[in-house]
Design a binder for this molecule. Structure first.
Ligand SMILES: NC(=O)c1ccc[n+]([C@@H]2O[C@H](COP(=O)([O-])OP(=O)(O)OC[C@H]3O[C@@H](n4cnc5c(N)ncnc54)[C@H](O)[C@@H]3O)[C@@H](O)[C@H]2O)c1
Length: 301
């Protein structure tokens, strides 16, 4: 198939593109940043540029739409840019899909659409109550996709992703940041008391879900994550210290002192039964193995 991946140069995009190329699809990347692969077509551009994206989408059967403004500090300090890129950009991508008769869009939404969950694990039927600009923009993008699908014969699968990490992730994301500090025996800063709980999912498992959705799960919203090892942020830091034989110490910083002066979501854990049922999706990388991949990558650079 001819598949276009917006945001295909990023963490999740690169993993998906590699997987698609290995499956012998013809893959194009649309991104503001160059792709690291030589064996895909690369189109430089911004999804806020409606004419450019219209040109590039032509001739593709499937669009995997990942390009977005993300990161807690980045999105909260740039709310207008977040809305422009994540809502406006998605609308541009959809308009291009409509004009060129794209068969299907597969979209990376986020667990942030749920806001602070009222129960754990979070199920797709739970009411989305996003509380951040990023979460609101992702939820609006989902609604745009559903509206285009209803009106213009475009299939979709929307994935709500839960805390993805990987060896290529920038070290300002929590898991690689802790690994980076631990390797250098530096203090690890914990925001709040560290009791906030997350389920971390390795990027290769996420890439697998996207490839499984090429021909399945039409018109579905599906949680994707790894719920087998929920862990508090404090315990994550302690686990990383142990795995790296580090002398790092934990330092606690209030949310007010940190730049993350917003309501931290305290518990996040996906119910992934729907992904298992519709896609036969099963996360395979344990947290320990995933952490060691990040350790090895940081050690080798
Ligand atoms: N990483 C996570 O934990 C997580 C969780 C939930 C949802 N998501 C979503 O998954 C997608 C991919 O995330 P990621 O972790 O790979 O992030 P990433 O930052 O590594 O990748 C995003 C890519 O999009 C590109 N991009 C950004 N703005 C663009 C624009 N305006 N036009 C064109 N390209 C642009 C960037 O250059 C980058 O290559 C995003 O939509 C994100 O919101 C990620």
């Amino acid at each position: 198939m001819k598949i276009l991946v917006t945001g295909g140069s990023g963490l999740i995009g690169s993993a998906i593109v590699r997987r698609l190329l290995d499956l012998e699809h013809e893959v194009s990347v649309f991104d503001i940043k160059k792709s690291k692969y030589q064996d895909c077509n690369f189109f430089e551009g911004n999804i806020t540029d409606s004419e450019r994206i219209k040109d590039v989408v032509r001739d593709h059967e499937i669009v995997i739409h990942l390009a977005a403004t993300l990161g807690v500090i980045n999105t909260e300090t740039n709310p207008v840019k977040t809305l422009d890129t994540n809502m406006g950009g998605t609308r541009n991508v959809l308009e291009a899909c409509k004009i060129h008769g794209v068969k299907k869009i597969i979209f990376s939404s986020s667990s942030e659409v749920y806001g602070e969950p009222t129960k754990i694990p979070i199920n797709e039927l739970d009411k989305p109550i996003p509380i951040t600009t990023y979460g609101i923009a992702k939820f609006a993008a989902e609604e745009y996709i559903k509206a285009y699908s209803r009106n213009f014969n475009l299939d979709y699968t929307i994935f709500r992703l839960f805390n993805v990490y990987g060896d290529e992730q920038a070290v300002d994301w929590v898991l690689p940041e802790f690994v980076n500090k631990a390797i250098q025996n530096q203090d690890i800063i914990i925001h709040g008391d560290g009791s906030q709980t997350r389920c971390f999912c390795h990027v290769s498992d996420v890439a697998n879900a996207f490839t499984l959705a090429l021909e399945k799960a039409e018109g579905e919203i599906i949680n994707v994550g790894n719920n087998s090892e929920p862990i508090s942020i404090k315990d994550l830091a302690l686990k990383i210290i142990k795995l790296t034989n580090s002398k790092s110490e934990l330092k606690f910083q209030s949310f007010e002192e940190s730049k993350r002066n917003r309501n931290e979501i305290m518990k996040r854990m996906p119910d992934i039964k729907k992904a298992q049922m519709k896609l036969d999706y099963k996360p395979t990388i344990s947290l320990e193995d995933g952490i060691m991949k990040v350790v090895n990558k940081i050690n080798s650079t």
